[in-house]
Design a binder for this molecule. Structure first.
Ligand SMILES: [Zn+2]
Ligand SMILES: [Zn+2]
Length: 131
């Protein structure tokens, strides 16, 4: 009887699927996840294309093609950050290359071991809350 083994495989898959659904719901709502480092591979994260389209897709790749009809620009994982002076800036991340870049195009890609700072006043930034 090998059938008894199957639920042990199916159950974790279901948990991942259900968890992913909750994650999408939360991140569109009140966004409880405030870590500056993007989530691990497989979970849906926020992506921002070079034309400014924001969408949700699994992490894992450094570059995606924007799914917006007629766009097709390159997109990177992105997080909206805010400095203490209220300046908001989208920051792109490349997980594999361990680099980040300001999505306003003001700087080139920089190594992730230097924490992002506000491109206008140079102070450390925090992930921005909703609104
Ligand atoms: Zn786009
Ligand atoms: Zn600032």
């Amino acid at each position: 009887m090998k059938l008894a083994d199957r639920p042990a495989v199916i159950l974790p898959v279901l948990i991942v699927l259900i968890g992913g659904g909750f994650y999408i719901g939360f991140s569109r709502g009140c966004s409880p996840h405030r870590e500056p480092v993007p989530p691990m591979k497989g979970k849906p994260v926020t992506w921002l294309c070079e034309d400014g389209h924001v969408f949700e897709a699994p992490a894992g790749e450094d570059v995606r093609t924007c799914p917006e009809p007629g766009c097709g620009a390159q997109a990177y994982q992105a997080t909206l950050f805010e400095c203490p002076n209220g300046h908001r800036t989208w920051i792109w991340f490349k997980q594999k290359a361990r680099e980040f870049r300001y999505a306003d195009g003001s700087h080139d890609w920089q190594p992730l071991d230097e924490p992002p700072t506000c491109p206008r006043c140079g102070v450390p930034v925090q992930p921005a809350g909703p609104g």
